[in-house]
Every structure is written in structure tokens, then in C-alpha cells.
Unconditional design. Structure first.
Length: 233
């Protein structure tokens, strides 16, 4: 099927969309290979890996539980619809969502309130697919605190855990991240600041272009970085 026709069939709503790919692709920015079944974002007609698209802090939530899906949308500061092209049906189909991992807590609480707690727990665990290498996380967390004394221990821990998720392709899994390279850790800290301490996710959610959104929050990022770099008082 010609590419143009596929695009035409893509969801017409203003929801952000990421694509679960049927064929291997290469990120047009960093050049990383994305496997079949992996997620990409399309920017100006070119594929971007989730990391380059600044969407790698989002986790997959597969369709199936209507209540959980609705609640995850409500609580998540940024989310995108996952679609995959169905060759047999000739159009894109919704597969699920990607949502902010931390924001799932709100959805989790609501689900726990009206479902059995254990059942809710199981659902959340099933969608998170988070496997952490705790030793690497500990080392990285300590290194973050060394470079950024002003960053709280809890947040350092959260950045370290996020960047070291196995198989995520995030900076913590790269050679530089494993050797606790200063630049790699700074990059991880900046990514976290963008998503948690600025309007970045809201701007993306509102449809702003990534480059524009980055420019709009640059000063906010610098301000937080400066605060983190200063010794804790
Ligand atoms: Zn990339």
C-alpha cells in the first residue's frame, strides 16, 4: 500500500499519535534501529525514536480495560494514542496509549478504590513492564546527587530508575550511562527537569512542535539546573 494512503487513514483527531511499526525503521535523528512492534513518532514525515521525540518517559498501556484507560488519560499530563496499521483491514487501529508512568499512580488509586486492590495492582504491574537493574540504579542515583547536590534524593532516585530501565534505549542503558558519564547523566537530568519542572508536556499535549516547546522552556530548565548544581542549604 502506498505511504500516502496510509497517512490518509491515520486518526484524524487532534490526539497525539505514536505508531507501532510493522517494519523495522531507523530514527531520523539519532539513527537508532527501531524493531518491528516498537514505537515511533512521526515528525515532518520522518520517524523519530521515542527518546528523540521526548516521549520516552511514557509507558505503554494496552487497550482492554476501559476504566483504566479513561483514568490514565485523566491523570496523565501527556499521553498519546498508539496506532498500528492493519494490512488486512487497510486502516490504522488503536492499540492503546502511552502515558506518564508516574501519573499512573492516580489512575491506580481510583481503580483500587472500586476494584479489588490486588486486581488493580496486577493490572498496573502488567502495563508498566518496568524491570530495573537496582545496582546500576543505586550507582547512578549516587552520581546524580554528586553532580546535583540540590536535587532531592527521591528525585535523583526516580531519574536513575527511569534512565536505567532495561531495554529502554534510554541514556542510562548506553555505554556512557553505564560508566556514569557526566554528560550522559546531565542529559538524563535535563530530560527529567523538562518533563517534571516545566510546562513542556503541556505544550506538547497542546500540539506545540517539539522544537518550539523546547525553546519555550529553555530558561526554566536552566533555572532548575542551576538550583540543583548549587550545594543544598
Ligand atoms: Zn532517535
Amino acid at each position: 500500500m502506498p505511504q500516502a494512503q496510509k497517512q490518509q487513514d491515520a486518526p484524524a483527531s487532534k490526539d497525539l499519535v505514536v505508531f507501532s511499526i510493522l517494519r523495522e525503521a531507523k530514527c531520523s535523528d539519532c539513527g537508532v534501529e527501531i524493531w518491528r512492534g516498537g514505537l515511533i513518532s512521526m515528525e515532518n514525515g520522518s520517524p523519530l525514536c521515542m527518546e528523540c521525540a521526548d516521549l520516552d518517559h511514557l509507558v505503554e498501556l494496552t487497550l482492554g480495560d476501559v476504566a483504566l484507560t479513561r483514568r490514565a488519560k485523566k491523570h496523565s499530563g501527556l499521553w498519546a494514542v498508539i496506532v498500528r496499521f492493519s494490512r488486512s483491514r487497510g486502516h490504522y487501529e488503536r492499540q492503546g496509549l502511552v502515558v506518564v508512568e508516574d501519573d499512573l499512580k492516580g489512575a491506580e488509586e481510583e481503580c483500587a478504590a472500586d476494584a479489588g486492590k490486588r486486581e488493580a495492582r496486577r493490572e498496573i504491574d502488567a502495563v508498566r513492564r518496568v524491570q530495573q537493574d537496582s545496582k546500576l540504579t543505586d550507582a547512578m542515583s549516587a552520581k546524580i546527587r554528586e553532580l546535583f547536590p540540590g536535587c532531592s534524593p527521591a528525585e535523583a532516585r526516580s531519574i536513575a530508575a527511569h534512565t536505567t530501565v532495561r531495554g529502554s534505549g534510554r541514556v542510562g542503558r548506553t555505554e556512557a550511562g553505564r560508566s556514569l558519564d557526566e554528560r550522559a547523566i546531565t542529559a538524563a537530568a535535563i530530560a527529567a527537569i523538562r518533563h517534571k519542572h516545566t510546562r513542556y508536556d503541556r505544550l506538547l499535549m497542546g500540539g506545540m512542535e517539539r522544537h518550539e516547546a523546547r525553546a519555550a522552556i529553555r530558561e526554566d530548565v536552566d533555572r532548575v539546573l542551576e538550583r540543583w548544581q548549587a550545594p543544598r542549604r
